[in-house]
Write a protein that binds this ligand. Structure first.
Ligand code: FAD
Length: 326
């Protein structure tokens, strides 16, 4: 636990590990005596989210559904039904660019629990994995107050990695709101939820990382206000094979990792699940389509595209409000 000391009021910083990465909650003006109890509560909440949504734990609720080779309705919790309903809705809104059924392709390209392939998957392997994907194969059923997931191909593999961290951040934010905590920043890896002010009484300021191999280079600093914010990038989670670089974001239409030059998309919206799902879909679309989508939906996004002379910055109309005044 670390204390970020602000000029006026101390921010208490709690942290831990979850979902193969880190979490951190900064709370301004809290009673120090309650910090460890709060840390344990947040950790317990995130452990529960991990047991629900992980594709890295074979016994998670999601993996029990993925392993069930059945097309019968499969009982799930209300939380799982809500997450899948929202993810399918965002998937449809992005015309399948964000597709939670992309699991077989994620695993084929080595970005799931199965590690990196030793040689580039061949067209037959890609076609076979792609045939097991598609939003149309997954349905959420609400019947007599019970919730179910139903797949119409038995070996459908749902991957909620792109929404899990955002969902978890929303859950922690809702818990803090419920306890009347008015100034906090929740970070679950790259998915954040912010409320109120930092220890200096200013809006929380979030740095957008400059893409590249050097960690922690700042490209821009934003003030998202009481919102969620997340960034998807193709420059951090990748590997090189046969002289090609493969990123962890898959284009469901081609069945292959992205090859275009859009390398980072930052999205701001009230819910972190929404920003976390959308940033992946917008990455798949590429810069031009992502900006058209964002302007059509009045969505604040900030994009970085790799060019021969560095990174080209483009952002949507709605984004300007979040750019700090110089
Ligand atoms: P995002 O851009 O948010 O999402 C990219 C991920 O979404 C990819 O990794 C892939 O899984 C999937 N994806 C790719 N393309 C698409 C697409 N077009 N549409 C939809 N989804 C797509 N990592 C570990 O190393 N060990 C763990 O134990 C572990 N446990 C986890 C448990 C949970 C509940 C979650 C949510 C994640 C876990 N992870 C773990 C990390 C996870 O596997 C991803 O690496 C991570 O979520 C990617 O986050 P991101 O923000 O970098 O990528």
């Amino acid at each position: 636990m670390r204390r970020g000391l602000g000029a006026d009021v101390a921010a208490t910083v709690l942290d831990g590990k979850t979902m193969g990465t880190f979490w951190r909650v900064s709370v301004v003006g809290m009673d120090e005596g309650k910090a460890e109890a709060l840390r344990q509560k947040v950790q317990a909440q995130l452990d529960a989210d991990d047991r629900l949504l992980s594709t890295w734990k074979n016994d998670s609720a999601l993996m029990r559904f993925n392993h069930a080779a059945t097309t019968e309705p499969w009982p799930v919790s209300e939380a799982m039904a809500d997450i899948v309903t929202l993810s399918l809705r965002i998937g449809a809104k992005t015309a399948g660019a964000m597709d939670i059924t992309v699991g077989p392709l994620v695993n084929l390209w080595g970005f799931g629990p199965a590690r990196q392939p030793v040689k580039t998957p061949d067209p037959q392997q890609i076609a076979a994995a792609k045939a097991r994907t598609g939003l149309q194969h997954l349905t959420v059923i609400n019947h007599a107050e019970r919730q179910y997931l139903q797949k119409d191909i038995p070996d459908l593999f749902v991957d909620l990695s792109t929404v899990g961290e955002g969902y978890a951040a929303d859950q922690v934010a809702a818990w803090l709101d419920g306890r009347g905590i008015k100034n906090y920043m929740v970070e679950i890896a790259g998915a954040l939820r912010l409320k109120g002010h930092n220890g200096q009484g200013d809006l929380w300021r979030i740095a957008v990382e400059k893409p590249g191999d050097e960690l922690g280079q700042v490209q821009n600093v934003l003030t998202p206000g009481d919102n969620g914010i997340s960034t998807a990038g193709s420059y951090r989670n990748y590997y090189e094979l046969d002289g090609q670089r493969f990123s962890h974001i898959i284009d469901p239409a081609t069945g292959k990792p992205l090859t275009h030059k859009l390398v980072s998309v930052t999205v701001i919206a009230p819910s972190a699940l929404y920003t976390d799902a959308l940033d992946t879909g917008l990455m798949v679309m590429g810069a031009d389509k992502a900006l058209i989508f964002a302007n059509e939906h009045n969505l604040p996004i900030y994009t970085l595209t790799k060019t021969d002379d560095g990174f080209k910055v483009r952002f949507s109309r709605a984004f300007a409000a979040y750019q700090p005044k110089p």
